[in-house]
Design a protein around this ligand. Structure first.
Ligand SMILES: CC(C)(COP(=O)(O)OP(=O)(O)OC[C@H]1O[C@@H](n2cnc3c(N)ncnc32)[C@H](O)[C@@H]1OP(=O)(O)O)[C@@H](O)C(=O)NCCC(=O)NCCS
Length: 169
């Protein structure tokens, strides 16, 4: 099933499984992750391993909430063809840890021009909504210590720090 919701005819929101992604969607998401995270991760104790990150992101259990914007003829240079450009997404999996059913959020990523519009908040609310609908007990995620902007974002939308185990080099 691929539900699509139009937000004022500007953004489309789709929920997809890994197996349902097109190559173009994978490439677009990977480009955003690489742009947003490679330098920051290299500066952290986690380091940056592109192959591992791709495997983790596009794992067969991964689920994706993808935000796209329609690209017009003039944007693409193609006549009579309208495409969609991925502007942000979240990646999550249903998991089971220490006796608890949890929804683990692996990524929330927005391209630079689509930040501070409330889309990150929207994606995280969707994650919580899906978690509740499937009776998950918790939503968990990991934030790099060096990613202070993201830490502020999560705090602002109500996430609490559970454990601090990633340290700055
Ligand atoms: C972190 C990220 C997902 C936030 O998404 P966003 O759509 O820009 O955030 P929102 O517009 O929903 O912001 C909600 C609130 O969070 C806080 N916030 C968001 N970004 C912030 C920033 N860079 N610095 C400080 N506070 C921030 C603000 O209080 C904001 O409300 P306001 O804009 O009314 O002040 C986005 O900046 C991003 O993709 N960053 C790069 C990738 C990344 O680091 N992902 C997280 C990996 S763990």
């Amino acid at each position: 099933m691929q539900p699509t919701l139009k937000l004022g005819n500007r953004f489309s929101v789709r929920l997809l499984k890994s197996s349902e992604l097109t190559n173009e969607e994978r490439d677009s998401m990977w480009a955003i992750i690489e742009h947003n995270m490679s330098t920051m991760s290299s500066q952290s104790s986690m380091g940056w391993d592109a192959e591992d990150k791709q495997k983790e992101t596009f794992h067969s259990d991964s689920r994706f909430i993808i935000l796209s914007v329609a690209t017009s003829e003039s944007d693409t240079g193609r006549s009579e063809q309208q495409g969609a450009q991925v502007i942000g997404f979240s990646v999550f999996r249903f998991d089971y840890e220490e006796g608890e059913k949890l929804l683990y959020c692996y990524e929330v990523q927005l391209c630079e021009s689509s930040r501070r519009l409330g889309l990150g908040r929207f994606l995280m609310h969707e994650i919580i909504r899906i978690g509740r609908a499937w009776n998950m007990e918790k939503v968990m995620l990991t934030v790099l210590k060096v990613n202070t902007d993201a830490a502020r974002f999560y705090r602002e939308i109500g996430y609490a720090e559970l454990q601090s185990f990633i340290s700055r080099r």
